[in-house]
Design a protein around this ligand. Structure first.
Ligand code: TMP
Length: 214
């Protein structure tokens, strides 16, 4: 019987303006230089249907959705993304690098909006089950610094950025708590440093976790 190869699954998490999108591209380039096949994706989104749901989530007024409605939309997008992009990519042996995943629901809708974590866990079990990430890099930086960086991007996808400072403090604390509770899976990266230093810290974490040499 042929050996079943499954590509590794790495997620990037953190608050607004932490530099995830820059760093995920740098990690992809480093892996590709070692001939590792990579699929780069993001949430909410990553598949055509999930990208449509993304528009509902990242635009409009802050109070457009309740914490529960928002979580259901995120998990609906995630179910489509997993079925149509993540699982097929991993089955062909690609490493999947994803800009945000289910920890963002725990942090934003749980920590930020106060939806109870048991409800989110129920949705997680239904949608993700055993298909979760092997490694999660949590890019951490003070809320005000992150929001200032995010505002300078001005992409118009600012529904979450508009939520108050206290919301963003709660979600930062929630990400750190997720890391504390999942030390095997999560590594916290200090994102206050310059881009090259953060890239090096990420590479150290990835090469250690997957025994890579560069
Ligand atoms: P991005 O700005 O990193 O592309 O993410 C879009 C927004 O979606 C961001 O403000 C965080 C939010 N989000 C959630 O609130 N819950 C989730 O489960 C995910 C994946 C993202």
């Amino acid at each position: 019987m042929n050996k079943v190869t499954t590509g590794s699954f790495i997620t990037f998490e953190g608050g607004e303006g932490a530099g995830k999108s820059t760093q995920i591209k740098r990690l992809a380039a480093r892996l590709e230089a070692l001939s590792v096949p990579v699929t780069l994706t993001r949430e909410p989104g990553g598949s055509p249907g999930a990208e449509e749901i993304r528009t509902l989530l990242v635009t409009g007024e802050g109070d457009r959705w309740s914490g529960l409605s928002e979580s259901l939309l995120h998990f609906a997008a995630r179910a489509d993304h997993l079925e149509r992009l993540i699982k097929p990519a991993r089955s062909r042996g690609d490493w999947v690098l994803c800009d945000r995943f289910a920890d963002s629901t725990l942090a934003y809708q749980g920590g930020g909006h106060g939806l109870n974590s048991a409800a989110i866990q129920t949705l997680y079990d239904l949608v993700v089950g055993a298909q979760g990430p092997d490694l999660t890099l949590i890019l951490d930086l003070p809320v005000e610094a992150g929001l200032a960086r995010a505002a300078s991007r001005g992409e118009g996808e600012d529904r979450y950025e508009k939520m108050g400072l206290a919301f963003h403090e709660r979600l930062r604390a929630a990400f750190l708590e997720i890391a504390r509770q999942n030390p095997q899976r999560c590594v916290v990266i200090d994102a206050t440093f310059d881009i090259d230093t953060v890239e090096a810290a990420i590479w150290t974490a990835v090469s250690k976790r997957f025994s890579l040499s560069s």
